[in-house]
Every structure is written in C-alpha cells, then in structure tokens.
Design a protein around this ligand. Structure first.
Ligand code: ADP
Ligand code: MG
Ligand code: MG
Length: 885
C-alpha cells in the first residue's frame, strides 16, 4: 500500500484510500474529493496517518521508501504547476498542512510559502513581476516557519515588524514597501540565527522535511492532547500531512482569501455566510489583523457596513464560488465550511469540510434538508449531536429584563451566560473548580486557552471575527461567545479591564448574550427555552425511530413537570431521601434517627407519613398515569444529622432530649466508610418501620390519586442496594403486607410492582435468583461503577483526570459507562434475570442514562428504558433513536 497520495493537477483518485479520512485525514480526503468532482484545487500530495503513527512509535527517521514516494509526488506537483521546487528562477512554493481524521485545533499551524530562500525569493520576484509580493511572502514564511517548526518566540518577529512600521511612521502592514520587507527579512534572519545558533535553513528539502516532522510531532503536543481528551478523540489515530502548491491571495487587488459556510452556522439559515479580505493570505482573515469584509451584498447591507462585499467587488470570482457552494452541498448533502483563495481573479478551493454549527443551526438544517429532499429522516436524526441539544434546553436572557449594556461585539456563539470576569485560562479553570461561574475575557483566544474556555460559562474577546478561534471553538463546545468587542481593553498586570468608559476588574459579574453580541454588567435574568419548531419536529422523528423508552430521575413536582415537557415517559428514579432533606421536615427526620428505640422511631415516623403521602400525591398527579419508580430510603442516616451547635440546640427543643445526649447518639452513628455502611436495604432490614411508613405513604397516595383522577396509578417500588435474594424476600413481604393493610383500610386495590436496583456486583452475579423476587431491575450504575471499580465517586476527582490522560480509562467512568468492565455485569445480570423471569422489566437510572455512548450500550443490551435527569431527557430520546438506527 502507498504512503503518499497525490491530488489535483490531473492526479487519479481511483485508490479508495486516497479519499478515506482515516488514511489521508479529513483535509486530504476532501481535497482529493473536490479535485475528483472537478473543482479547482491546487495540486498536492498527502502523507498518510499511518506514516504518522509509525513515525511516532518508532521514533525513527523517515524511511527511504517514504522519501522516494514523496519525491515522486513532488514531481507530480512540479509538472502540474510547471515550476520546480527550489528553482532560483521561478520557484514552486508549497504549503505544509496537518490534517487528522477530524478537524482538530491544537496541532501544528500551517506553514505557507515554503520553498523560499535567499535565491528563490528573487526568482519569485522576477517571475511574478512583483517585488513587494515576493519579499512579503518571504518574511511571512520566515516568521511562520520559525514559530511553528523551529519553535522560536513569535513575539520577537511581531516586535521587529512593529518597530519597522513605527520607524517609518506607518500604521498598516499594507504601507510596507518591497524594500521595507526586504530589510525586515534581514532582521528576521538575524533573530533566527541568534535564537537557533545557526542560520535559517536555506535548503528547500530540509525545509520541507522539517515541516513534515513538525506536523507529526504536533500530534503529541500538549495542546493536541488536551483537545483530544476533551473531545474523546483516540490518541492512536495520528495526523496526515498535506503538501500543496501555493496559490496567492496577496497578489494585489484582484487577489483575495476567505472562509465561507454554505449556510449560516449560527442560525442555520439558508444563506451563504463568510468573510474575506482583498490582497491577503492564509489566516489573515481569522487572525484579526484587518477587519474582514462581508461575502454577500445582503449581509453587508444588513450589517450597515461600508467596505464592498465580495459579491460586489469580484462578481466573477464570487459567481464561481456560489456555483461551488451548490455543488459541494449537493455532493456532501451537508453544510460545508470552505476555505478559498482568489489569485488574480481565479478561484481556488483549499479546503472543505462539514461545518461546525450551533445546536439551533444543526436542528434547522437537519429539518430543512429533509424538506429539500437532500437527506432523509434517519440521516437528519443522525446529524444532530444529542449532547449539543443541551445548548437549546437552557434558559436565554429575559427580553423584558433591564440590561445595563456595556458594549456590543459580534454574536459569535449563541446562548446567554453570566459569571465573574476572569482574564486567563488558568484562572478560569481554578475558579470554576471552586464552583464559581466565570466568563473568560481575552484579547483573543488561541489553542492554549481551550481548557479555560471549557471551564468558563462563556467567552468574550476584544478581537477576532465570526470565524476567529474563539468563535469556532466556542460554537463547537456549546459555550456562548461574543467576539471582536473592540471597546474591551484589558490590563493583565493589574487584573482589570475597561469596557467603553466603565472600569471593571477580575471577579466582577457580567452577562454576555452570544445571540446578539451584547455584553452587560451584572447578572441578567433568564427565561425558559422554546421547545416547539424544529426541535419538536426532530424529536418527533426520534420518537418514531427509537425502541427504548425514556424516563426521568425526578423527585419534585417541578422537576416532573419539566421532564414531561421534555418528553419523559415516566419516572425511572424517585429518590425519596430528597424529600427528607426538606427544611420543614428535617427535625422529624432527625428525631426518628436519634430515637432510642422502635417506639420512638414510630412516633417520629407518624409525623413524616402525611408529608411523604403529600409528596407522592403530587408526583402521581403530575405524572398522570405514567409509570413511577420510587426508591425507598437509601443514604446512611448520619447524612441527615445536625452539624452546628445551633442545629443541635434546635433539635433538643423539638425532641426534649438534652444536647449532650443527642451528640452522643450522633457519634454512635458515625461510620468509617458510609458508602459501604448502614444504608439502602440494610436500613429497611434493621429498621423495618421506616420502609413500612414509606410504603404506606406510597399506597395511600396511589389509592387517593387513582380514586380522584380515575386514572390507573401503578407504583413501582424499588428496594436499593440489595445483594442477596433473602434481603429482597424480607422487604418485599413487608411491602406486600403494608399494601394489603392499606387496601383493606381503603377498601380498594391497585396493581403495583416490587423490584430492585442492581448496584452491587453480587447482585449482578446473583441476578437469576434475585429476579425470582423482583418484577423489575433498574441498573444503578453510579453505585455499580463505584463498587465494581472500587473507586469512590466522591473522591475520584483527584486522580481520575490523570487516569483519563494516561489512557487508563477512555473517559470518566462515572460520566460514560465503563462498558468493557461494568458493562459485563449489566449484560450478565440482564441475561440471568431474564433466565428466571423472561418478562422482567429492565432499565438504567445512573448518570449514564443521559450519556449517548452509554445509551448505545443499553440499546445493544436490550434494556426497556433509560432514565435521565430532566434536562437530559431530550438528549436521551435522540441518543436512543440514534442507537436504534
Ligand atoms: P487549518 O486547519 O488551521 O485551517 P490550513 O491548513 O487549512 O489550516 O491552512 C491555514 C490557512 O492557510 C488557510 O487559510 C488556508 O486557506 C491557507 N492555505 C493553506 N494552504 C494553502 C495554499 N496551498 N495556498 C494558499 N493558501 C493556503
Ligand atoms: Mg490552523
Ligand atoms: Mg483550514
């Protein structure tokens, strides 16, 4: 098999590997694809990801075979362009670009204009007839290569440029003449020689292989590793390298460079969307050096901007671009994110990929493309990342609330966020680790800031357009972002900032609205999200295609209502202890816990009974006949105990015991390892009267709601932390006895289920026997993970991230189910449970019930339902549909 594939310039793309993203990376595969469908792509070649993996593993030099293949591919470019690499009279220049399977900021930045040296620069000047262009290209190349390949401080180069401009009284780069650039090149070479201890490599082949090596090395850079960890990208994919003939957007007023989307990536609207710059190169547009211009006349007019749009300034090239947009959307049946360059009025395509989009845009495009006949419903379902829905389910700013607007920037990523100002990524991470909400405020962001953007609620930048790093990354992460708010002036050394005329400092509260670009002082109130429209349509399609039911974990009527709005089909987990924490009841709970004997406990439980019954009446009423799984008391009793002296004093008043006595009792309840202590069904076994009261409250409530609403209420009573059949046998008998009593008293009867959580390895192993006592299992995967891994959920934060970094776990096992380990127990318990009770109902109610990867596993295991927290219900509905497709 080949390690190098050529594209463009008449190259054949018949080897399927050349267009396979896993082999040639996303960028390389799409360049080949575009060339294949006849679009203008500068010729080039791609070195495979396999070579990267080999290079990183062997730590060895490039093989002769690889060098030979690359030499042949380079000859292809030379022949297609009609110029030779390193030719001092008319040199071929190339770009060297990284490109992994998925687009991945954090890897090596692209090197442009490679192949320039002291000889070829004069050849370039002569051949193009443009001295200024040649020396401008050379200085760009020296700076880029030094920065990304040689690892020299780019600040030195920027400083030298600033000084050069200042000396000459210039304001813009465009004022620099050929002679000025030539002089700067000389200075750059001195900077390089000083920093490197040897001169800049003049040999063009040394330049080329140096850049290739840097691309491969960058796969293992810290930046790339952080990005991979945050985005669940495996470390063994490697990156491809693309070497491509340069086209020049910096050859005067008939040349330009730009980035574009075939639809609006923020709103999803069907309108071309993009930014471009005349007489510019490469990343000038996204770097925020000059303010980019609008692509279309309509967009320019809507923004009330002056500088001509591309549609107006270069109608021919724009027409060609619009034709390419249509072709690409049809070809990929998806919205495309495109990079292009116009060299002397001729359009060249440099990149296309499926564009990142906000959740709102993803929904709109998916629904509209079905309408346009571009894709079918199933594809539409698969197009939307379930986790991204999260962005839509959260509140937006209340339009009627007063706003103290400080300034307005670009609406770079929608959603609203409030938080304390932080001025760097590390502070963002630190403060958010302390549980504070923060807004990261930077001049502009770079890949080094990603961890801070992740930790922040939102991002505000002073510079950069809609396609700047901050905007693109924030949209991908679902963080609200306002970019290019030019009236924000940051003083890092004093940890303060000025927004317009207002002085602020780190720690001050602000609110940003990524949908309008507004930045406001203080915290602005929010309103609930809109769940109809495209969201409703896509959810309907998802419901049609999924097999598993989706329930919710909820214990308050408010949560139940919210979950039902989000489409929950029942309660999968109602944690009754949450009702015990209520301030008005806690003293009765404490009285119960601290009682000396059963009689004392019963007296306190009498007080709790009507309260619990009222809770269940509300829940059954809210859920209107949908199934409700109610778990009896689980946490260790000491969690409810008073802590402060004042609380003890209050309790003494209520119970009539003195404080010393209460403190002694509290001490007796102390446990060394409460997670494995006196909790769950162990409470029910030792203090049956507690579970008896809860069962009674449930049955009385169910009878009452059934009678008043006329609707069938079928409570599902769940016994937690069972490890043996006998435990469940005893407690089931208790529940059944209580039911009979209540039914006799009420002269009524109703159906109910008794089941258990599978959350101990022993329970999973003994599932066959346990199923003889249980009509349902609900996998409590939080505890099952904790007990199977022997990792305390509450203490794991200290080491789990290191475990994930080192690849010991692919993801945090408390967030995404450890399928190969814990998953085995789930599979086994499901099999054994079904073997003794074929119609046993199976569900999952841990955090994992809202995690798409875990939901996929649940589908494969054949569970009947997943249960997720209210906000995760739509995510689970969509993920369940995707899993079923
Ligand atoms: P990224 O993955 O960060 O977008 P790219 O490899 O796409 O990096 O390149 C960065 C910039 O350089 C883009 O604006 C791209 O259009 C430009 N560029 C890359 N290769 C060439 C080339 N051969 N000719 C002109 N511009 C190029
Ligand atoms: Mg880049
Ligand atoms: Mg690119």
């Amino acid at each position: 098999v080949k390690s190098v594939y050529t594209f463009g310039g008449g190259a054949k793309h018949d080897d399927p590997r050349s267009r396979d993203k896993t082999i040639t990376g996303g960028k390389g595969a799409n360049l080949a694809e575009m060339a294949e469908i006849g679009l203008p792509v500068p010729p080039g070649f791609t070195i495979t990801t396999e070579e990267c993996v080999r290079y990183l593993k062997d730590g060895a030099d490039f093989s002769d075979a690889l060098r030979a293949e690359a030499a042949q591919a380079l000859a292809h470019i030379e022949q297609a362009v009609g110029k030779n690499f390193g030719d001092p009279s008319d040199p071929l220049l190339v770009s060297v670009r990284s490109g992994a399977r998925v687009s991945m900021p954090g890897m090596m930045d692209t090197v442009l204009n490679l192949g320039l040296n002291d000889d070829t620069v004069t050849g370039l000047a002569a051949a193009s007839g443009d001295d200024r262009f040649a020396w401008d290209s050379y200085r760009r190349f020296l700076q880029m290569y030094s920065d990304v390949v040689l690892g020299l401080d780019h600040g030195l180069f920027e400083e030298a440029l600033d000084v050069a401009k200042e000396d000459r009284g210039y304001y813009n780069d465009t004022e620099m003449t050929a002679a000025d650039w030539q002089q700067l090149v000389a200075e750059y070479k001195t900077i390089i020689a000083d920093g490197l201890g040897k001169p800049f490599p003049q040999d063009v082949h040394e330049q080329l292989w140096g850049a290739i090596r840097a691309v491969f090395d960058s796969w293992d850079s810290d930046r790339a590793r952080v990005y991979r960890r945050l985005n669940d990208i495996p470390g063994d994919w490697g990156t491809a390298v693309n070497v491509q003939a340069m086209v020049f957007g910096n050859m005067g007023d008939t040349s330009a460079t730009g980035v574009a989307f075939t639809r609006d990536p923020a709103t999803g609207e069907r309108a071309y969307y993009g930014e471009w710059l005349v007489n510019a190169q490469g990343e000038d547009v996204v770097a925020g050096i000059r303010t980019p211009q609008y692509l279309t006349k309509a967009a320019r007019e809507a923004a009330g901007a002056k500088p001509a749009s591309m549609e107006e300034a270069m109608p021919e090239a724009y027409g060609e671009l619009a034709r390419v947009f249509e072709l690409l959307e049809k070809h990929y049946a998806d919205m495309q994110d495109i990079e292009f360059t116009v060299q002397q009025n001729k359009l060249w395509m440099l990149q296309t990929r499926s564009g990142k989009r906000t959740a709102k845009a993803a929904l709109k495009m998916a629904v509209e493309m079905v309408g346009e006949g571009l894709i079918d419903e199933k594809t539409a379902i698969l197009r939307v990342d379930p986790m991204a829905l999260d962005q839509l389910l959260h509140p937006t700013l209340d339009p009627d609330a007063p706003r103290d607007v400080l300034t307005k920037g670009l609406p770079a990523s929608p959603g609203a966020a409030s938080g304390k100002i932080v001025l760097d990524a590390d502070t963002a991470e630190l403060w958010s680790g302390r549980g504070e909400k923060v807004i990261l405020v930077r001049v502009e962001t770079s890949p080094e800031d990603i961890h801070g953007m992740h930790a922040a609620q939102g991002v505000l930048t002073a510079r950069g357009g809609m396609t700047s790093h901050a905007a693109v990354v924030a949209r991908g992460m679902g963080r609200p972002c306002v970019s290019g708010a030019s009236s924000v002036a940051i003083n890092l050394s004093e940890r303060s900032l000025q927004i317009g005329s207002r002085a602020l400092k780190e720690g001050d509260l602000i609110t940003i609205d990524g949908a309008t670009g507004e930045v406001m002082a203080g915290q602005v109130p929010t309103i609930e999200p809109e769940l109809a429209g495209d969201f409703g349509i896509l959810m309907e399609w998802a419901d049609k295609h999924r097999r598993m039911r989706v329930r919710t974990n909820a214990e308050t009527p408010a949560d139940c209502r919210m979950a039902r709005q989000f489409g929950a089909e029942g309660i999968g987990l109602c944690r009754t202890e949450h009702m015990f924490f209520d301030a008005s009841r806690i003293s009765a709970v404490r009285e119960m816990i601290l009682a000396d004997d059963e009689a004392g406990r019963r007296k306190a439980l009498e007080k709790l009974l009507p309260e619990q019954r009222a809770d269940f009446i509300e829940i059954f009423t809210t859920m209107a006949g949908l199934p409700c799984t109610i778990r009896l008391l689980d946490p260790p009793l000491h969690e409810f105990l008073p802590h402060s002296d004042a609380e003890f004093a209050d309790l003494a008043d209520v119970t009539g015991y003195n404080v010393d006595h209460l403190k002694r009792r509290a001490n007796e309840l102390h446990e060394f390892n409460p997670m494995l202590g006196h909790r769950g069904c162990r409470l029910g076994i030792t203090f049956p009267e507690i579970y008896e009261m809860q069962a009674r409250a449930i049955f009385e409530a169910a009878c009452e709601v059934a009678a008043s609403s006329g609707e069938a209420v079928v409570p599902e009573i769940m016994i937690p932390l069972v490890g043996t059949r006998r435990e469940l046998q005893i407690l089931r008998a208790l529940v059944e006895e209580t039911a009979s009593k209540v039914f006799a008293e009420k002269d009524n009867t109703l159906d109910y289920l008794v089941g258990t959580m599978i959350e101990l390895p022993r329970a999973a192993l003994m599932a066959g026997e346990i199923a003889e006592e249980a009509t349902f299992f609900s996998f409590g995967t939080n505890d099952l993970t904790q007990t199977t891994l022997g990792v305390s959920r509450d203490d794991s934060a200290r080491f789990l991230s290191v475990y994930v970094d080192k690849g010991i776990f692919p993801r945090d096992p408390f967030v995404s189910l450890d399928i190969e380990g814990v998953g085995q127990l789930v599979t086994l318990a499901a099999e054994r449970g079904r073997s003794t009770r074929p119609d046993i109902k199976l569900g999952i109610c841990g955090e994992h019930g809202g995690d798409p990867a875990s939901i996929q596993f649940c589908e494969e295991t054949g569970l009947d339902y997943v249960s997720a927290s209210p906000y995760r219900v739509p995510i689970a509905r969509l993920a369940a549909a995707q899993a079923a497709l």
